[in-house]
Design a binder for this molecule. Structure first.
Ligand code: GRF
Length: 196
């Protein structure tokens, strides 16, 4: 299996994956970002497929198709999104159906979307957490592979809570990826194609 990690942010989860010895073959970003510079410190091929080249209206299907091509050219078979900032559409998910993983900083199905940490805080929950799941065309609803709770502290703001969640994500995502690679956690078939 050939593993690609998709990033857009700080790349701390990517770092955790590489440091844990996961066989990351390719790092892909959709924009210049800290994760790309951090990836340069690892011995892993890194490419930027610029979303900014796809117009002010953002041609999502065009971008998704190009990204799928870039991964296919490199024989990627498993995709791990780790803070990737572009929602990918059908041309990508059709190609990689059942083989795309994501981590989300909330206990799905609670608080999907871009602001999972902020929304959990605003809802006043005592406990939130993170979810590793298979990504599908519909955002944050794919089969759940692993979850872990994080207690909300009375003095938490979005940054402090997100940082504590990310500490858990770095471990949970790594453990889940190992389990998937070892066949301990089977991937579910998802719409658009078969699982591994
Ligand atoms: C994680 O909390 C992930 O769930 C969210 O973005 C964050 C990525 O963190 N989608 P980093 O860029 O790996 O530090």
């Amino acid at each position: 299996m050939s593993l690609a990690v998709l990033v857009s942010g700080t790349g701390s989860i990517l770092d955790a994956m590489v440091e844990a010895g996961l066989p990351v073959d390719l790092v892909v970003s959709d924009r210049p970002c800290t994760a790309v510079s951090r990836a340069a410190g690892h011995d892993v091929e890194t490419i930027v497929v610029h979303r900014s080249s796809f117009g002010d209206d953002f041609d999502r299907d065009g971008y998704s198709a190009l990204l799928a091509d870039r991964l296919s050219e490199r024989s990627v078979t498993l995709v791990a999104m780790a803070g990737f900032g572009t929602i990918l559409s059908r041309p990508f998910h059709d190609r990689f159906a059942g083989r795309v993983l994501n981590t989300h900083p909330a206990l799905l199905p609670a608080f999907p979307g871009w602001h999972g940490v902020r929304d959990a805080l605003a809802a006043g929950v005592d406990v939130t957490g993170c979810t590793v799941h298979q990504a599908t065309l519909e955002v944050d609803v794919g089969p759940i592979l692993a979850q872990e709770e994080v207690v909300v502290r009375p003095d938490d703001d979005e940054t402090s809570l997100h940082e504590r969640i990310k500490v858990v994500e770095r471990r949970l995502y790594v453990d889940t990826l190992w389990a998937v690679l070892d066949g301990v956690i089977p991937l579910q078939p998802t719409p658009g194609g078969a699982a591994l």
